[in-house]
Design a protein around this ligand. Structure first.
Ligand code: BV8
Length: 229
């Protein structure tokens, strides 16, 4: 990539679709049979913790059955080649970027394989079921562990780092996201403001397509390796 020093890549559910991980806004608009408002807000967790815990337990369990696809693997190669001058910011909570070789990676919406203890604040790796699950390994309190996921109305993680990376990158690439959720949906406008080139790789035009200098439509499993290699 000529004249490019620092790259920020934003990914969304579309990059994991070919691995068999359902996107959020599929044809039926439901998300694994649930309304987003019923499972991805702090209010939903207050109202019906078991429904929310089971929703995430099911998605966590499914991680064992899916593999990184050529798009994740291509970004893993780019990460190795770009030696710290590539930052991947993912909205996804799966672990497919890590398993695809990505190292400099930031989960702005949290991770399925992380638990957060509301009693002591400790975060810890979590592989099993949270509903009726084990106590917090740090404080031994039961029944206070929640998914370490950023729900609607909650502040995404490490926004300062993301904003600083976008302010200094030469190229901003968005892969597999509908551009429906903020603040991620606004990153392209920040990147343009700071003078970065902007590229969108997506199956369909996103809500922010008009802000991208270039948009390539297609499957991430084909477009991303072609862009990287
Ligand atoms: C916050 C975790 C503030 C859950 C998720 C303006 C500014 C700031 C905030 C707002 C604002 N307006 C409204 C808000 C509030 C809200 C928001 O944006 N609402 C929307 C609905 C309007 N935002 C928030 O609440 C955020 N928090 O703003 O906090 C604040 C400030 C101070 C103090 C406290 C708080 C938090 C948002 C995070 C919510 N959590 N996920 C979980 O995963 O269980 S969001 C959820 O949707 C996912 O994480 C995902 O990241 C996100 C977006 O979905 P996509 O990844 O884009 O997936 P989608 O299905 O939509 O699209 C898939 C795309 O892939 C499609 O375009 C498709 O064409 C494409 N595709 C499909 N297959 C392929 C493909 N592309 C390529 N190849 C393929 N094969």
């Amino acid at each position: 990539m000529k004249d490019v020093r620092d790259i920020v890549v934003l990914t969304g559910a579309g990059i994991s679709a070919e691995s068999g991980v359902p996107t959020f806004r599929g044809p039926d608009g439901l998300w694994e049979g649930q309304r987003v408002e019923d499972v991805a807000t702090p209010e939903a967790f207050q109202r019906n913790p078991d429904l929310v815990l089971n929703f995430y337990d099911q998605r966590r369990a499914k991680l064992r059955a899916v593999e990184p696809n050529p798009a994740h693997l291509a970004l893993g190669r780019l990460d190795a080649e770009w030696k710290g001058r590539l930052l991947i910011v993912t909205q996804n909570v799966d672990d497919l970027h890590e398993r695809g070789g990505a190292k400099r990676l930031l989960h702005m919406h949290g991770e399925l394989k992380s638990g957060w203890c509301l009693a002591c604040g400790a975060r810890h790796v979590f592989e099993g079921k949270m509903a009726g699950g084990p106590p917090c390994p740090a404080c031994e309190t039961s029944g206070h562990v929640r998914p370490d996921i950023v729900w609607f109305g909650e502040m995404p993680y490490r926004m300062d780092e993301i904003d600083a990376a976008i302010a200094t990158c030469d190229l901003f690439v968005s892969i597999g996201t509908s551009g429906a959720v903020y603040p991620a949906a606004g990153f392209v406008q920040s990147a343009r403001h700071y003078g970065a080139r902007t590229l969108e790789l997506n199956l369909d035009p996103s809500e922010g397509s008009i802000f991208f200098e270039e948009s390539r439509m297609g499957r991430a499993g084909e477009l991303v390796p072609r862009w990287v290699d």
